[in-house]
Design a protein. Sequence first.
Length: 297
Amino acid sequence: MKYNQRLTINELLKLLDNYNHKEFHIHHTWKPNYSNMKNSTPEKVNDGMRSYHKSLGWGEIGQHISTFPDGTILIGRNFSKKPVSIANRNTGNFAMEQVGDFDLGKDIITVKQRQITLELIRYFMKRGTKIVFHREYSSKTCPGTSLHKSGLVEASDYYLNNPGELRKWITGEDVAELQRKLGMTGRDVDGSFGNDTEKALKEYQTKNKLPVTGIYDNATRNYMEKGEKPMETTYRRLFIHGIEAKSVTVKDGKSYLWMESIGKLVPLVEFFEILGLKVEERPYGNGKALYVENKEV
């Protein structure tokens, strides 16, 4: 074992078999982040961290391993030495730095880098090792507000056994791609599978008569890959006769309401007709406008 040595995940797990760490500490670097990787290499970035840590009087790089967006794993501190990881919790524990800033709105973790984390979590859990996010014992957000412990720790087996599937509280570039396919835009495309993503996915599944699981499963993925255009969600809140709904425009150009109370899509025209109101679609610009009792909505 030597500093800056590259390892595959299988080589790393085989090395770890020789140790009995009590806790697995998960960090993100914050700085350096993904932008620092554009004109550099994992080894150079690791060297930069090592130099900085030495300047702090740590004697060596603080973490045992560093992981990178391209899936590279580099050795840092010798595995037999305690890390500089979490105050008063270093002895006998193993520390990993994920290079990146995984606070919401910043870097979105790559699938390759996330895979390493999932593999290590599953490995350590099977050995009875406690999984620790840095923020559990610190005021910092580390390893980033976009990373949810329940999405990684509690579901590590699920994702490794069901490659390609995504569900609530997982984070990654593949989640961001799903969000774009669901018509989400701007800050909503954050790579974090939260409540809004789950709702948008359920709406898509409902509209396309798929099992409404809220999980990006094989059935949903296969349907999307046929080239079907997903719905575009406007997220405009409407209050009609005291009922809150969300307006949704689907691929056929028709307007629907997502009714939170009943958990289904209702055609907008049909909804107003149920209320006994006169509804009419009229040309407007390049599209159509909906008029209820001769008033535009």
